[in-house]
Design a protein around this ligand. Structure first.
Ligand SMILES: [Zn+2]
Length: 420
């Protein structure tokens, strides 16, 4: 039975790869219509022939890797369950200590390490891809260092969450999901608060803007929106990547706008001010807080469904999945599997909400700067630097795009100009 499940899963996986290949590489649903050819949304008007070919190839391979990675994660949890690997981890954890904290630490460490090894090849392919297309300039040493930081951070959080979660499951087999959700509120808020000052600096250096003439312009724009100067930062990304980005992070006194140094060096002042105005919209309209509220709402629904499914699956298939009891740590891979499937299913919703906020931020930016040319050329430069698709296929947009597509962003600016 277990072999059969794995075989069926692998067969579906292969069929899915076939579908992806046809969808992404053959059907080419992202082609522009005849009246869009030659306009500002047509990449042929602002990319060189070589950039055009590379961006199409690169985006398609990235999309493929993204979609392949999702069932790959499900396969990982299935193998851990069906091959009894989770059970072995549980035995190790129980034999080494009587204390719950140690058991939880050992079990989550084993699971995190197995996951690190399983996903390493996929991450490495992604790294090599970015490198060979000239997007990343990170050394293998630097990349590996980031992977290890990821590993330790993820393990620490998994350990904390699992320790509390199983304590709750044992306390209340029926309502644990609700109590877990209540606990997740202060935890999420705390995480958002420490992210920019504790977590992010582990990966990169953050500092006030280096170019003082540019800083004056940016800060005077920020002052218009009541954003204090000490909330604007530059981050040293140029030693890792050639792509451009800026973002808003943190909450309360730790909220900040961060501009990648690549953005500051590769764009002209008008384009940088357009990006800054876009980020200011996120800051002023408090999109982070809406984001937290939305995430918590989805988490409530997710935990409820997980609790119900966990009961049904443990009752019916506990033997096959080698879970003797849901209160035991060996049920963790099943909980993570259910959460992963649910979060994939919910990603079109969260992406759509994010795209709505991003569109508002673009609108705010164009209203604030009134610089249509800078807006359009910013999107052209973002496309070039990220080798992005201007008009990705629908499935890619729904599952991957937290921003509107470049075509939509450029069109919005053009409509703004026409309505002016
Ligand atoms: Zn944005």
């Amino acid at each position: 039975m277990r072999k059969k499940i794995i075989l069926i899963f692998l067969t579906c996986y292969v069929l899915f790869i076939g579908f992806l290949y046809l969808y992404l590489f053959i059907w080419n649903t992202g082609a522009l219509s005849a009246d869009e050819i030659g306009t500002a949304v047509d990449p042929a008007t602002f990319l060189t022939g070589e950039e055009l070919v590379l961006s199409e190839q690169y985006s398609n391979i990235r999309n493929l890797l993204f979609f392949l990675g999702i069932p790959y994660e499900w396969l990982f949890y299935l193998l851990i369950l069906l091959l009894g690997i989770g059970k072995v981890f549980e035995k190790w954890a129980e034999s080494t200590s009587k204390r719950w904290l140690f058991k939880s630490a050992i079990f989550t460490f084993c699971l995190s390490f197995a996951s690190f090894l399983f996903f390493f090849p996929l991450g490495f392919v992604g790294y090599r891809l970015s490198k060979s297309y000239g997007l990343s300039n990170e050394t293998f040493h630097g990349w590996m260092r980031d992977q290890l930081i990821d590993f330790w951070i993820e393990w620490v959080f998994l350990f904390i969450i699992v320790t509390f979660l199983y304590w709750l499951i044992r306390k209340s087999e029926k309502r644990w999901w609700l109590y877990a959700w209540f606990l997740s509120i202060p935890f999420t808020v705390f995480m958002m608060f420490i992210q920019p000052v504790i977590i992010d600096p582990l990966y990169n250096d953050f500092y006030p803007l280096k170019d003082k003439a540019l800083e004056d312009k940016i800060l005077s724009l920020a002052a218009k929106a009541d954003i204090p100067a000490e909330h604007v930062y530059e981050v040293n990304m140029s030693e890792k990547t050639n792509t451009l980005n800026a973002y808003v992070t943190g909450i309360g006194s730790n909220s900040r706008i961060v501009l990648w140094d690549t953005t500051l060096t590769k764009l002209d002042d008008e384009e940088i001010l357009f990006i800054m105005a876009h980020e200011m919209a996120h800051y002023v309209e408090k999109h982070i807080y809406f984001g937290i509220a939305g995430t918590l709402l989805l988490l409530l629904a997710g935990l409820f469904i997980t609790a119900k499914l966990l009961d049904v699956l443990c009752d019916k298939y506990g033997g096959i999945l080698r879970i003797s009891d849901k209160t035991k740590l060996s049920s963790l891979p099943l909980i993570l599997l259910i959460l992963s499937v649910l979060s994939f299913a919910a990603s079109p919703i969260s992406n759509a909400v994010s795209r709505y906020q991003e569109e508002r931020a673009d609108r705010y930016a164009i209203e604030m700067t009134r610089d249509v040319d800078a807006g359009i050329s910013t999107f052209h430069e973002l496309t070039r630097a990220g080798l992005s698709q201007v008009n990705p296929p629908k499935l890619v947009k729904w599952f991957r795009y937290g921003h509107p597509t470049m075509k939509e962003r450029i069109e919005m600016i053009e409509t703004y100009e026409q309505n002016k």
